[in-house]
Write a protein that binds this ligand. Structure first.
Ligand SMILES: [Fe+2]
Ligand SMILES: [Fe+2]
Length: 220
């Protein structure tokens, strides 16, 4: 007696055989001659062209969006002004979150997504350019302290991602998160960045601005 596995395999083989013979006769019946079952057909050229045009359009649209997003930051001026403008924009998102109530779950989710994107981009610019430049200028203690704060921010984002947006302590967590960001931004803007910038040559300053804008562009 055949086992269930054997009979399943056997049924599949005979079914494949019958499909295969049906497919062959279909091909000959439709006058397709020797055309492969995987033939693209006569309309493949225009279809492929349209698909490629779609991809190119999508790429151009994304490139344009990034240019607009980072262009707005770049207009802020030097790297430290770009980063300060991003701090302000981030704190504005927090204020919008704090103005919601527990019935506005969709709005809270949207704002949280926006906040994560904004913090991701900002952290990338600082962690890939500014903090390494600080370490190069013997400011490693401050760079490590600031990067440690970024770690705490990621923990907040992780915890908020696990929470329901109508949780009773949602606003309280957002308020604590805002305090951390505000204290961190203050330390960067008032202490660390001005002191570091003072020791930079014009050329070094311009190079850091250009690198911050480049990384911001790719993360926008
Ligand atoms: Fe930072
Ligand atoms: Fe910052």
């Amino acid at each position: 007696m055949a086992t269930r596995t054997q009979s399943r395999t056997s049924n599949r083989s005979s079914s494949n055989r019958s499909n295969s013979s049906r497919s062959n006769s279909d091909n000959s019946g439709s006058g397709g001659g020797n055309r492969s079952a995987f033939s693209w057909g006569e309309n493949a050229g225009p279809m492929l062209g349209a698909a490629l045009a779609g991809v190119a359009l999508g790429f151009a649209a994304n490139f344009g969006r990034k240019a607009v997003m980072q262009g707005m930051s770049a207009f802020a001026g030097d790297w430290d002004e770009v980063l300060a403008a991003e701090h302000d924009a981030t704190l504005t998102i927090f204020d919008k979150m704090l103005a919601t109530d527990e019935t506005q779950t969709f709005k809270r989710r949207m704002l949280l997504t926006k906040l994560c994107h904004s913090l991701d981009k900002h952290a990338y610019e600082e962690e890939m350019v500014v903090y390494p430049a600080l370490r190069e200028a013997n400011e490693a203690v401050d760079a490590d302290h600031l990067e440690h704060d970024h770690g705490q921010m990621k923990t907040f984002i992780y915890e908020l991602g696990q929470m329901e947006t109508n949780a009773p302590n949602w606003l309280e967590r957002i308020r604590e998160f805002r305090q951390l960001i505000s204290r961190h931004a203050h330390m960067e803007e008032e202490q660390v960045f001005p002191r570091f910038k003072e020791g930079l040559s014009e050329e070094q300053n311009a190079r850091i601005t250009s690198m911050v804008n480049r990384d911001g562009f790719w993360m926008a």
